[in-house]
Write a protein that binds this ligand. Structure first.
Ligand code: ADP
Ligand code: MG
Length: 330
């Protein structure tokens, strides 16, 4: 069956019927606006990300369930990068009328499964028809005490630069998908990234990061945002950039610079943060307890832009810094 047979309100009912009750929601789906509560003393963090068929995803390469998960995950990652706790979200989409109801249901199930994992409530959205491709927009609202929020602009000279997890898997996974692979850890890191919500929240609550961002456009591009906004420079050691065993094993099949994807591939959804060296041990203990890898990849400098040191100690010249809509660098 195709979506055109359900109509707008039939589809909204299909979503509303699957939403589980969550705390803090006074009025959810079904009224003109949602009414939600914040925890005592907290302020709101709001973020929105759009996924456009043909730009962010290819329906031939993804299944609806993981696409639903990823649509929420990329937004949760932005709340995590501010040290916030995600609470509520809106789902808006433009749907081709020819889309199957199985696809729609799979998408909604994936999205709501991830929402349950992170205890965030779907409280509204907008549903309309699309004449040309699927467009998904998710807006997440999170909360935090004002003094605990971590911005991009707080990096200080002498701070160490930390990154969670591994870099480059997602971009390599996309290449493997385009080559016909559908499974494996690298491919799944691209299709179903895990937002570092607990990591971001606990780091912020422990007062560790001076600046933080999630790596969505590529390490160098996103570190560049921290440096620009903080008015500082950095030295990054390529030898310390964390790579997964699967990445090392699989990337050998591709020619060219092996560091291109870890430095500029994007969609890693790991957390990149700066913190003074005295916090290094605390950060390691905290991430260790969560079972998440943590690496120190360099140091913040007073100026001098971004210097990348190659494994042999020479100056490394990146061929690309990251993904940028409208400029097409990779
Ligand atoms: P309005 O005409 O006031 O914009 P709608 O008819 O668009 O209201 O939506 C009716 C209700 O359904 C609202 O509460 C809205 O937030 C919710 N809603 C619409 N689309 C979605 C969706 N895709 N996901 C969740 N809630 C939705
Ligand atoms: Mg509406």
């Amino acid at each position: 069956m195709k979506l055109r047979e359900f109509g707008e309100f039939g589809l909204i009912d299909r979503i509303a019927g699957r939403v589980s009750r969550k705390s803090g929601v006074r009025t959810g789906i079904g009224d003109d606006a949602a009414v939600v509560e914040l925890s005592s003393g907290c302020i709101t963090l709001v973020t929105s990300d759009m996924l456009v068929e043909g730009v962010h995803f290819d329906l031939a390469l993804c299944d609806p369930h993981t696409l639903g998960r990823k649509s929420l995950a990329v937004n949760l990652s932005d709340i995590a990068a501010m040290g916030g706790r995600p609470r509520h979200f809106l789902l808006s989409f433009a749907l081709p009328e020819s889309l199957s109801v199985e696809f729609f249901d799979g998408f909604v199930k994936g999205l709501l499964d991830l929402a349950d994992e992170f205890d965030v409530a779907l409280v509204g959205g907008d549903t309309c028809a699309s004449r040309d491709g699927l467009v998904i927009s998710v807006t997440v609202m999170g909360e935090q005490l004002p003094g605990r929020i971590i911005n991009r602009h707080g990096a200080q000279p002498g701070d160490l630069i930390f990154v969670t997890g591994n870099l480059g898997d997602s971009a390599l996974g996309l290449r493997l998908l385009r080559n016909g692979e559908r499974m494996g850890p690298v491919v799944m890191k691209h299709l179903d990234p895990s937002p570092r919500v607990r990591e971001g929240l606990e780091l912020a609550e422990a007062g560790i990061p001076t600046a933080m961002i999630d790596v969505s456009d590529g390490l160098l591009a996103d570190l560049g945002h921290i440096l620009d906004l903080s008015g500082v420079g950095a030295r990054v050691d390529l030898a310390k950039v964390p790579l997964s065993d699967s990445f090392i094993e699989r990337q050998a099949a591709f020619e060219g610079d092996p560091f291109l994807l870890p430095l500029a591939g994007g969609e890693d959804y790991e957390l990149l943060f700066t913190a003074p060296s005295i916090k290094m041990e605390a950060a390691g203990v905290l991430l260790g307890r969560l079972g998440t890898r943590l690496s120190v990849i360099g140091e913040v400098t007073a100026g001098g832009g971004m210097q990348v040191v190659a494994v042999d100690g020479s100056d490394y010249r990146p061929v690309a810094r990251g993904y940028n809509h409208f400029s097409c660098v990779n």
